[in-house]
Ligand binder design. Structure first.
Ligand code: ADP
Ligand code: MN
Ligand code: MN
Ligand code: MN
Length: 399
């Protein structure tokens, strides 16, 4: 941006608004490129549940989600959060995007994820995603705090580092963490990453569809916190600086079902890993928004990653596709960590893929087998009744 960033006038921002009067609902949604859009609606009454928010719409032709001649898209409110920027009683409302026929648009991966989560509900699937990102200088597009056109000293002191020489952009991290807590986003922790200006926060454990919901809202909050600084923006690109000198960014997805969490769960974890292995390529296609092309730059086998073309698993192994945390190996139950998802992944696609492979595939096979069995059974019955009818005297109908 050529001009100086604008700051907020706190006198006006703090104008007393009645806490029981109208409030603002910030409707947010995911656009065609994994960006987040928002617009605000005045609510006459303070909403207390998701049903209080009316369906709304927007011009889908301006976000790459509809044609100009049929441009209206619907916003279907699905999850409500507190708004840390406008504070109580104002709200953030996460929405699904539907087309004019009220079908999910192509970028709406939540709808299918929701269906899968509904089917797998009795397994109580939990997820925890470690969201890595890099802060960029908005003018140079170079990582924030790096020498202009150059590089800082090599990796080593930055991961979980402290001190002005090692830390690039901590105010963003702290403000974002507090915003998540205020909003009701289930943030679990944060740490500085291996590359300077690269950070991580974890969201979870979240059950079912709420994983995707909470992660998307956390990303929105991050964009907004950065926007207020005016000079820095997050990128979720999985390899912002090419080459092995600088780590890429991922979104490790930790996963467990109730059976995995309970005694003897390790057997269930091992079986899940076997299933993940058998569908490795399909998972890679779900794990970044470009069908694997983004992860190709990141999952090279170097920089604490696995080789994208080979599935591997191991205890405490950070070069494996799937890692079993050491504590899980010790307890014989717990969760697994799928290290393959890219930092710019759609968590709805990632969690849905994991559920499909580890829970639903088997059930579908079972249903198919049952259908085959049932078909065979009904054929037998027919055969029997046929035989019966042959062996029995024909029924005499009286006219
Ligand atoms: P790492 O050692 O890989 O850096 P982190 O501490 O950064 O791990 O992240 C661990 C993540 O795992 C957190 O998001 C946490 O919520 C999640 N998690 C912990 N227990 C479970 C569980 N039983 N099922 C699913 N996710 C879990
Ligand atoms: Mn981590
Ligand atoms: Mn990390
Ligand atoms: Mn991890």
């Amino acid at each position: 941006m050529a001009d100086q960033p604008l700051t907020y006038d706190q006198e006006l921002m703090n104008l007393p608004l009645s806490s029981i009067g109208p409030c603002q609902a910030c409707y947010i949604w995911i656009d065609a490129d994994g960006g987040i859009r928002s617009k605000t609606k005045t609510m006459d009454k303070i909403p207390t549940e998701i049903r209080d928010f009316p369906e709304w719409n927007f011009d889908g032709s301006s976000t790459g989600q509809a044609h100009t001649k049929d441009s209206d898209c619907y916003l279907k409110p699905v999850a409500m959060f507190r708004d840390p920027f406008r504070r109580d009683p104002n709200k953030i409302v996460l929405c699904e995007v539907l087309n004019s026929k009220r079908e999910p648009v192509a970028s709406n991966n939540r709808a299918e994820c929701k269906e899968a989560m509904k089917l797998a509900r009795d397994e109580h699937p939990w997820f925890g995603i470690e969201q890595e990102y890099t802060l960029l200088n908005t003018s140079t597009k170079h990582p924030y705090g790096w020498p202009i056109g150059g590089f800082p000293a090599g990796q080593g002191p930055y991961y979980c580092g402290n001190g002005a020489e090692n830390v690039y952009g901590r105010p963003i991290v702290e403000e974002h963490y507090r915003c998540c807590l205020y909003a009701g986003v289930k943030i679990a922790g944060s740490n500085a990453e291996v590359m300077p200006s690269q950070w991580e926060y974890q969201v979870g454990p979240c059950e079912g569809i709420s994983m995707g919901d909470h992660l998307w809202v956390s990303r929105y909050l991050l964009f907004k916190v950065c926007e207020r600084k005016g000079v820095v923006t997050p990128t979720f690109d999985p390899k912002p600086i090419a080459g092995e000198n600088w780590n890429g960014a991922g979104a490790h997805c930790n996963y467990s079902t109730e059976k995995m969490r309970n005694k003897g769960g390790r057997t269930v974890i091992n079986r899940a890993i076997e299933k993940l292995k058998n569908k490795h390529e399909w998972h890679i296609r779900q794990y970044d928004p470009n069908g694997g092309a983004d992860n190709e730059r990141r999952l090279t086998g170097a920089n604490e990653t696995s080789d994208m073309h080979v599935f591997s698993a191991g205890v405490a192994n950070r070069t494996a596709s799937v890692r079993i945390p050491r504590s899980v190996a010790e307890d014989d139950c717990g969760y697994l960590e799928d290290r393959r998802p890219s930092s710019n992944c759609d968590p709805y696609l990632v969690t849905r893929a994991i559920i499909q492979t580890t829970i639903l595939d088997e059930r579908e096979e079972l249903v198919n087998e049952k259908e085959v069995e049932a078909a065979a059974e009904s054929k037998k019955v027919n055969d029997k009744s046929y035989q019966k009818s042959k062996s029995m005297p024909a029924v005499q109908f009286s006219e």
